[in-house]
Design a protein around this ligand. Structure first.
Ligand code: CTP
Length: 433
């Protein structure tokens, strides 16, 4: 197969040499395309020695069988960009074609795999998150960066995935291997790719922390893994995702991540993010109570804690929800699980309630796996057997997708039922359903 290996200018460009070697060893014809910035990090001679094709010099070089800026993209069976810098992702998302690599990306209809690499602050910047989300919604496969040492001695999320992970993702895209763990939007999920395209999804995650004083907090055992997995899965299915998280887990690829600590901060962030959302998933374990007064200085001795309930964020979201919005709650229970959950489904006014028996082995807090029952306000009950939190996330999103009405600007009074406002709008526009 013909593979174009795009390399943009980051310190991990040296790892692209290994990606090139492995792809050639796997029997593929590899043409490296280096940006000007990449040439500052790694020598063209290195790629020329390893790759099957010479490294084209740029947009203006005549190529056998056509002109470079379209020929390479047209002939490719896959294009992989490793590393993909914030700048390259922005230019690709914007449709610029000001060098050979971006021109090739625009001229190809082959699958594209991008492997972002940058500093954590850049990776978490909303502009980068939006660009990654845009590319994902167009079907671009993203091999998310990993956590580790970054340029300049910094540590954090943003280090390009290892060459073996990247090569496995490319081979999976080409249909000659299974998708590697962690590259979730490689083709194993292809059936679902894009079914949330154009949708706004807001997810909360993690256990909130309610301050007793500047040193101590009241919190719970939630890790935030299930909420983060839902955000990641929604992004992989094409949604524009905002994750409001009280967890310290890294921001998922292509997800606009808002970090909060307390229930009050989460309530404010969710209210603002949810107003335009098509889907809201309240996966966070909000602390049920908080100290009535949080001491400004460290408390010495044993304090007499007076607690008060935190705001019920989900109830607030249900009360002010936008017509047509699908609202999902979670319930963590340890006894009479389904009976309690059925009552909660009704009380909270949600469309779906994802019920966790947190006492079951391998399920609930802190685990990498989960087992849930998804209750629908329409009377459905779906058992999702023990699996990875990512698998559970996709099952929850399957139930969400089944309840979304066509179009992104729903104006009904609730899922599935056109309401007065919508009917008035339809009448004004002379439409019918
Ligand atoms: N929730 C919320 N705000 C709160 C408490 C809970 O938004 N102050 C949300 C959770 O994110 C979850 C759902 O409500 O989606 C159910 O949470 P859970 O803790 O199971 O139920 P509670 O409402 O707290 O009721 P109880 O503790 O009595 O079971």
């Amino acid at each position: 197969m013909r593979i174009v290996l795009g390399v943009s200018g980051g310190v991990s460009a040296f790892k692209a040499v290994e990606v090139c070697r492995r792809l050639v060893d796997a029997g593929h014809r590899v043409t490296p395309v280096l940006t000007d910035a990449a040439r500052r990090f790694v020598g063209v001679a290195t790629f020329s020695a390893l790759a099957s094709d010479p490294v084209p010099s740029g947009l203006w070089e005549p190529l056998e069988g056509g002109i470079a800026h379209t020929r390479l993209g047209q002939a490719a069976d896959a294009v992989v960009v490793a590393p993909a810098t914030a700048d390259l992702l922005a230019r690709y998302a914007a449709g610029l074609a000001d060098d050979l690599l971006t021109a090739t990306l625009l001229a190809t209809s082959a699958p594209v795999v991008v492997c972002p690499a940058m500093h954590t602050e850049m990776w978490e910047h909303p502009a980068v998150a939006e660009n990654v989300a845009t590319l994902r919604s167009r079907g671009v496969h993203v091999v998310p960066p990993e956590s580790g040492r970054l340029a300049g001695g910094d540590e954090g999320t943003g280090r390009m995935a290892e060459p073996e992970t990247i090569v496995a993702a490319v081979l999976a895209v080409l249909g000659s291997g299974p998708a590697p763990a962690g590259t979730h939007d490689a083709p194993s999920g292809a059936a679902r790719t894009g079914d949330l395209s154009g949708r706004e999804v807001v997810v909360s995650a993690g256990g909130t922390r309610e301050a007793i004083d500047p040193v101590r907090v009241i919190t719970n055992r939630s890790s935030g893994k299930q909420g983060h997995a839902i955000a990641e899965a929604a992004a992989a299915r094409g949604a524009r995702v905002t994750l409001v998280t009280a967890s310290g887990l890294p921001a998922p690829a292509g997800v606009h991540t808002v970090r909060v600590e307390s229930a009050a901060e989460m309530a404010a962030a969710m209210a603002s993010a949810a107003s335009d959302a098509d889907v809201v998933v309240m996966a966070a374990a909000v602390a049920d109570w908080r100290p009535k007064v949080s001491a400004l200085q460290k408390v010495h001795g044993v304090p007499e804690l007076v607690l008060e309930p935190t705001p019920d964020i989900l109830a607030g979201l249900a009360a002010s929800r936008r017509p047509g919005q699908v609202l999902v709650g979670f319930a963590a229970e340890t006894e009479d699980v389904i009976e309690r959950a059925k009552r909660k489904l009704e009380q909270k006014g949600v469309d779906l309630l994802v019920v966790n028996d947190v006492s079951a082995p391998g399920a609930g807090f802190e685990h990498d796996t989960n087992e849930v029952t998804i209750l629908g306000a329409d009377g459905t009950s779906t058992l999702v057997p023990l699996g990875s939190k990512r698998q559970v996330a996709d099952s929850v999103l399957d139930a969400v997708v089944a309840r979304l009405r066509p179009g992104t600007l729903d104006r009904g009074s609730g899922p599935g039922t056109p309401g007065a406002e919508e009917r008035a709008g339809q009448a004004r526009r002379g439409e019918s359903r």
